[in-house]
Design a protein around this ligand. Structure first.
Ligand SMILES: C[S@@+](CC[C@H](N)C(=O)[O-])C[C@H]1O[C@@H](n2cnc3c(N)ncnc32)[C@H](O)[C@@H]1O
Length: 308
């Protein structure tokens, strides 16, 4: 693995909202030791699979654009230098700033817009790239750069299916390069052993021939938090998921589920009731401070397992 100086997991180059990379050291310690196939039905940016040792990987996300980005990174990651060169060519074509290459924001703009100079410098170029992508959505390289230069690195489309995220106050920097190199390394080690699908998690899990030495890690949308991908997740989906996990348990399949029990004063009662019959581990996340009682606890994140 390319050196990561902080004591956190390897970060996915999708910089996904809800990314688990900071929690990977805690989660990995709770994962089973020997995993044949690591099955991730809500893969998102993929920080979990990138940080998990297994013989094979089965990845899925309902969002086709997310899987499209993984497909792109898999296909292009055979050679990291070629991938970077191709992205730099697009950056050059649109005249976006690129701090990694020393193409920085002019000093004049930095002085005038102290906190927003990347957004100011890149706005027009970003909007042009976005309209080119919306004119031809097969250009996943543009989608990837829209995500890198976009607000909070989000993947957001409007009802007409057009990408509609505004420019962010970031550019292509050394963190992006490190994440791409790490992803590239994973791809080159595991190339032939990864399948990717874009289906509802249930359909996907039913299509996998899951055996007892496999491990299903689930990080679904959280019922009590807010986010783009929580839009289509409600109480019914929550109940169905738990009923499905009970079926996996009866079949002797190992699973681990990440979720939020309380958040900003709300409690997920369905989860609280259901998890009582499983192993529940407290996860120290950004939101919580249960080891430091001087900080007000507003969230409780857990990892729930049916093994060990
Ligand atoms: C909390 S995020 C996963 C984040 C991921 N663990 C990471 O580190 O980036 C939940 C993901 O579930 C996906 N999703 C939502 N509903 C789904 C469904 N019914 N089946 C499969 N995936 C779904 C969303 O698109 C989103 O990417």
């Amino acid at each position: 693995m390319t050196k990561n100086t902080k004591n956190v997991g390897m970060r996915s180059p999708l910089f996904y909202v809800g990314d688990k990379y900071k929690l990977m050291p805690q989660l990995k310690a709770l994962f089973p030791e020997n995993i044949n196939t690591f099955i991730d039905p809500f893969v998102g940016g993929g920080s979990t699979f990138l940080n998990t040792q297994a013989n094979k990987y089965a990845l899925n996300d309902l969002d086709r654009n997310v899987i499209g980005l993984h497909d792109y990174l898999f296909e292009q990651s055979q050679n990291a230098n070629d991938l970077l060169a191709a992205l730099f060519e697009v950056i050059e074509h649109y005249s976006l700033t690129c701090s990694l290459q020393g193409k920085s924001v002019p000093d004049e703009l930095k002085r005038r817009f102290k906190k927003t100079y990347y957004a100011v410098a890149n706005k027009d170029a970003y909007n042009k790239m976005r309209s080119d992508f919306n004119g031809n959505k097969s250009r996943t390289n543009l989608l990837y750069l829209l995500l890198i230069y976009g607000f909070n690195h989000m993947i957001r489309f409007n009802r007409n299916g057009d990408f509609n995220l505004p420019v962010g106050n970031v550019d292509f920097n050394k963190t992006v390069k490190l994440a791409l190199l790490n992803y590239n390394e994973f791809v080159n080690v595991n190339k032939g052993n990864v399948i990717r699908k874009s289906q509802d998690y249930k359909e996907f899990l039913q299509s996998c021939a899951i055996s007892k030495d496999d491990f299903v890690y689930l990080d679904p949308p959280y019922l009590i938090t807010f986010g783009e991908y929580n839009k289509f997740w409600g109480e019914e989906q929550e109940k169905q998921l738990y009923a499905f996990l009970d079926i996996l348990t009866h079949a002797g399949i190992r699973f681990g589920l990440s979720n939020m029990v309380t958040h900003k004063g709300n409690t997920n009662e369905i989860l609280t009731k259901w998890m009582a019959r499983y192993n529940v581990f407290e996860i120290k996340s950004n939101y919580i401070s249960f080891h430091d009682n001087t900080i007000k606890v507003t969230s409780r994140e857990v990892f729930i397992t049916n093994y060990g």
